[in-house]
Ligand binder design. Sequence first.
Ligand SMILES: *Cc1c(COP(=O)(O)O)cnc(C)c1O
Length: 434
Amino acid sequence: MKREKSAELFERAKSCFPGGVNSPVRAFRSVGGTPLFIEKGKGSHIWDADGNEFIDYCCSWGPLILGHASDKVLSAVEKTMRNGTSFGAPTRLENELAGLILANNKYIEKLRFVSSGTEAVMSAIRLARGYTGRSKILKFEGCYHGHSDSLLVKAGSGLVTFGNTSSAGVPESFVKETIVVSLNNKQALEEAFAQFHQQIACVIIEPIPANNGLLLQDKEYLQSLRDICTKNGTLLIFDEVISGFRIGFTGAAGYYNIQPDIITYGKIIGGGFPVGAYGAAKEIMSCISPEGGVYQAGTLSGNPVAMTAGIAQLSECLKSGFYNALEEKTKQLTTGILKQTSGKFPLMKFFSVGSIFWIAFTNKEKIASAEDIDPGSMNYFRSLYAGLLEQGVYLGPSGYEVGFMSEAHTAEDIQLTVSAFAKALEQVAETTNV
Ligand SMILES: *Cc1c(COP(=O)(O)O)cnc(C)c1O
């Protein structure tokens, strides 16, 4: 596989950007080598600067549920763009996208558009604090909520801890407001509430944690979260930036049928453009300015071009059978690979839900918390990754990241991917006991 052009572009990028990238995971550090510079995408395929073609399961980290350069999205966007790209004044398109979402999602009554998932979460936290008048928040180890200060916090040692910052530049005093506990651990949760029950503004969780492996939780555990929050006057925030519009139109709230107090969205909602949103019941949302005292604003919020892409993409998601077809293809992929390799690589497992899948190398049958992932197992992924690229399959460049199926993936793509895995795994087996 030729890599000269990508390597050259990366050298140039390194003189422009820290580490040569505008978001750290793109730098390929955890899989080694230099990142591929992508030239174009169509449907389920992408092409890099050297002309190599790949079947893509990263899909821009989830947003592209219709695949790349969807004709439906592009033709709508083109039309909107010709009327101007931004006004900083309300447009009909915001009503239209909101209308589409609210009419089909009983878990929120009002929402506010922002420009990224990070911004959605940051605003939701401020809303929870404003609404409750409390300042502490509780998060879970192994859930990612974007890069705002209060959430760049990792667990210390002990069952219930204030976190340690997971980034330089986050003040100690911020960290003191964030409690961190393990996923799937009721005792830790109860202990945190016993210590801080009148102080916790909100509990935030990815109900389908998909940023540190795929750490599927039991419905019963999520329900216990709901119950303990209700009992303590604490708001429950579902961060559905990945799972929203991915696990069905109503995301994880609908999948588990649990009513959170605030939901955050991103990724799919913008059809490949920068959009985030947070929503809740009318009463909670009335705290947001200009109606209420919680300030939140954005120059490009509700951008007409981005709204148009969201409308076009979500309209497709609403068509009957859309999500079943995605799930079916995901099963074909994972079972196809396991069948083709007929138990020869017992450490490799697929964990999946809907159209999200995660490849783990483990003896465990279930992985429900960050602590259950063996960092050493990432060496297998690294080796598999190199083999898959050679075979024309592109995944997110880290073993902690999940893969996404899109509407554009075909039966042929799946067949080719199954063969690619079989070949790549043979290579992994030559150097390890996978
Ligand atoms: C991607 C993601 C975010 C951050 O969204 P950005 O658009 O990257 O800022 C927040 N929460 C979850 C669950 C995510 O997956």
